[in-house]
Design a binder for this molecule. Structure first.
Ligand code: ADP
Ligand code: ASP
Ligand code: MG
Length: 393
């Protein structure tokens, strides 16, 4: 199972390099399924965001169902294009939509949940000797209409089909040499992690590391199928992801902190204590606002959400006649490490690292394997570089 992301398919040279990776795999495997994203990024003709930019999303009367129809075209164009390039190399290739490949979802357009995968048709195609080229990021709803499964969803398609077909491994091809200790675009000294556990990669992805979708990690973990993150444009070995106890070299996993992830575009609200918290947060949930960080005190509630939902929150605060302030352009920086559980001093070290770089912490949250700090987005690079250095990543 191989998946090629948008950056790997952006132009004819990169598509040629992606095809080389398929040809290489063909030498070792009888059956190959290739999952593709839409080609390129915003501005490039058939990229998802380019297709969306045809529509004035804020004011359109189109339904989410129709937007799914539009967005799904990117991956469909891509799978036909890649199948054609494989044919030109003399290989038998068969292009399929997500629905053709047997993926059924619910009818919650733009963020549909997977209900079922029926691989009978896909298996017949593989048995006939074709390389199956499947459009990622999509399925068909229970009424047979095209759905999409959430942004970045082609990773999920690959893991899902990999699990359903009991693939030997799922290779995710992208534009970096593997999972790194931080996003290389923010921290140039970030280094490649050779091997890492599903749990840690899940935490990284869930904390904003865009390199893989958290749902894909979870699906691979449940199926026990290794995930390998590789670069379409190099021969680097990539990052091997499996269960912690199956890792061969645990040097990185032995560290208390293995990586740093971040999520931009957060807004922090502070609301004075007189509102009915239960009712307020209940209504926010009903309006589809997911709370990223929250602290409730007797006289005050502080919570953080994604920027996109700011106007919804402001409207509700007006309805509640609440006294509030808010801070825009925030960023959540998360340090991740499976072994930090119960170890004292990690938070103290983070505070020291950030404050000695002159960075103000606006809010914190933690779990067994993560500690997150909300800071101003303008401090992001400085913060990630400082933590990366102080935790010796
Ligand atoms: P694709 O088009 O292949 O799906 P994405 O843009 O979704 O590619 O993901 C690859 C990008 O993820 C990289 O270019 C990199 O900037 C970013 N990224 C964020 N965090 C990490 C990390 N920890 N390791 C590697 N890449 C990361
Ligand atoms: N093309 C979709 C997106 O940009 C899905 C993906 O690339 O994984 O979100
Ligand atoms: Mg991606």
């Amino acid at each position: 199972m191989q998946k090629f992301g948008g950056t790997s398919l952006a132009n004819s040279e990169s598509r040629e390099q992606a095809i080389e990776k398929v040809l290489e795999a063909k030498k070792s495997y009888d059956s190959i399924v290739v999952v593709v994203s839409a080609m390129g990024r915003l501005g490039e003709p058939y990229a998802t965001d380019t297709l969306l930019s045809l529509i004035d999303i804020q004011n359109t009367k189109l339904s989410d169902r129709e937007l799914d129809l539009l967005m799904s075209c990117g991956e469909i164009i891509s799978c036909v294009n890649i199948a054609n390039l494989l044919n030109e190399k003399g290989l038998k290739a068969y292009a399929l939509t997500g629905g053709d490949a047997g993926i059924t979802t619910d009818n919650k357009h733009r963020n549909a949940e997977i209900l079922n995968v029926d691989t009978e048709h896909l298996q017949n195609i593989l048995k006939e000797g074709f390389i199956a080229v499947v459009a990622g990021f999509q399925g068909k709803g229970t009424n047979n209409e095209i759905t999409t499964i959430g942004r970045g969803g082609s990773d999920t398609t690959a893991a899902l089909l990999g699990a359903a077909l009991n693939a030997e491994a799922v290779e995710i091809y992208t534009d970096v040499d593997g999972i790194m200790t931080a996003d290389p675009r923010v921290c140039p000294t970030a280094s490649i992690i050779d091997e890492i556990s599903y749990t840690e990669v899940f935490q990284m992805a869930d904390s904003g590391a865009k390199v893989i979708h958290p749902r894909a990690v979870e699906l691979a973990r449940r199926a026990g199928i290794p995930l390998i993150i590789k670069n379409t444009f190099s021969t680097a070995k990539g990052t091997y992801i499996t269960q912690y106890n199956k890792l061969e070299r645990r040097t990185i996993a032995e560290k208390l902190i293995t990586s740093i992830a971040h999520r931009r575009s957060r807004v922090q609200f502070s609301v004075d204590g007189d509102i009915d918290d239960e009712k307020f947060f209940g209504q926010l949930a009903d309006m589809g606002v997911s709370i990223d960080m929250i602290n409730i005190f007797p006289q005050k509630s502080v919570f953080t959400i994604e920027d996109e939902k700011k106007s919804v929150v402001l409207e509700l605060l007006k309805v509640f006649n609440a006294k509030y302030t808010f801070v825009e352009s925030c960023c959540k920086v998360t340090v991740i490490g499976e072994r930090m559980t119960g170890v004292p001093g990690v938070m103290a070290k983070i505070i020291k690292s950030l404050s000695s770089s002159g960075i103000k912490i606006l809010q914190t949250s933690d779990s067994l394997t993560t500690i997150a700090c909300l800071i101003k987005e303008s401090d992001l690079e400085k913060a990630v570089k400082a933590l990366h250095k102080d935790f010796e990543l």
